[in-house]
Design a protein around this ligand. Structure first.
Ligand code: 13P
Ligand code: SF4
Length: 322
């Protein structure tokens, strides 16, 4: 009975959102970590790069961003003439908070002439101080596109940075010591224990994970199955799960992604490397908040034009690569 009531409530809210969306000529973009019911109402569901690209393509007047603040800011920078809504303005990101524009300016002063590559999980102010943006799906290509003799400052994620440095073999790359508290909590021990319990499973690892760099060592030493270990963005993981012939997968990232994995692959099994890997910021977005934001066109995210102009250069380079 309680389940039926909840289903009816969700269906009612989804209908209301659909109606408001048409009325306001809005598009709903949602990240792969969103709550299942929010994923269900999205026009576009994807990783950070796919969502940034969708924000460029849309001809809607209003973009409702179901994700976190830096993602909505990126959409606002790319669309100065559109209204960008983040249904809860408190939906932040611990990784983006690990560096400020002042701290970056001080770091740049220590390395004059270095090229700054900022992961998309940064504020617009930090992006405005950067030369390139990247996401987990094109970080390697972005770094490879920079002439080898140029020093690089990579920020803010130390695990993604170490992964990129290892893959590209780039020695003149300095890495900011930031981390995402959700991914840092997925430790090498979690991978080993889960692999021990599911020895034939394929391993899908997000490069922000605390386990990803040590896994590169374990891989090099042959202690992880190289043919079954993949370091991928969230959308890359979803694609791999669809295309692989394996039946079981260990998933090392935020657990919200399991919803689409299971939906898209009936008969395959997905085992989270750490069930506690839940991003509290991503879960702040609810259907009620989406409805309220759309109804009143509120919780608008905007970026001052001088900051947006400088940030846009780095973001457009990111959107163009990979
Ligand atoms: P993706 O770009 O791989 O979706 O990652 C975004 C993010 O915030 C990971 O925590
Ligand atoms: Fe930020 Fe981590 Fe949440 Fe991704 S999972 S939005 S990096 S806090």
């Amino acid at each position: 009975m309680a389940v039926r009531l909840e289903e009816n409530r969700t269906a009612g809210l989804a209908e209301e959102i659909l109606r408001l969306k048409r009325e306001k000529n809005a598009v709903i973009l949602a990240h792969n970590y969103q709550r299942p019911e929010v994923q269900d109402i999205a026009d576009v569901l994807g990783d950070s790069l796919a969502l940034a690209r969708a924000a460029v393509r849309t001809d809607a007047d209003v973009i409702v961003f179901c994700g976190v603040h830096f993602m909505a800011e990126t959409a606002a920078v790319l669309n100065p003439d559109k209204t960008v809504l983040l249904p809860d303005l408190e939906a932040g990101c611990s990784l983006a908070d690990s560096i400020t524009a002042d701290a970056l300016r001080a770091w740049k002063a220590e390395h004059p002439g270095a090229v700054v590559v900022a992961y998309v999980n940064t504020s617009a102010e930090v992006k405005a101080e950067s030369d390139y943006c990247c996401t987990s799906s094109n970080a390697v290509q972005v770094v490879q596109s920079i002439p080898e003799d140029r020093e690089i400052l990579f920020l803010p994620d130390m695990f993604l940075g170490s992964y990129v440095k290892r893959v590209t073999g780039r020695e003149n790359m300095h890495i900011w010591m930031g981390e995402c508290h959700v991914h840092a909590g997925i430790r090498p021990h979690d991978i080993e224990a889960t692999l021990g319990a599911h020895p034939d499973a394929e391993l899908l690892i997000h490069p922000e994970c605390g386990c990803s760099t040590s896994n590169m060592y374990l891989l090099a030493e042959g202690r992880l199955p190289a043919d079954r270990t993949h370091v991928l963005s969230t959308s890359g993981m979803l694609q791999r799960a669809r295309e692989s012939e394996k039946r079981a997968f260990i998933v090392a990232t935020e657990v919200g992604i399991l919803y689409q994995m299971e939906r898209q692959n009936p008969g395959k099994t997905f085992i989270p490397a750490n069930r506690a890997a839940v991003c509290p910021f991503m879960k702040m977005i609810t259907l009620e908040k989406v409805r309220d934001a759309l109804a009143d066109l509120k919780t608008v995210v905007s970026v001052p034009s001088d900051v947006a102009e400088r940030a846009r250069i780095a973001i457009e380079r990111m959107v163009a690569i990979g």
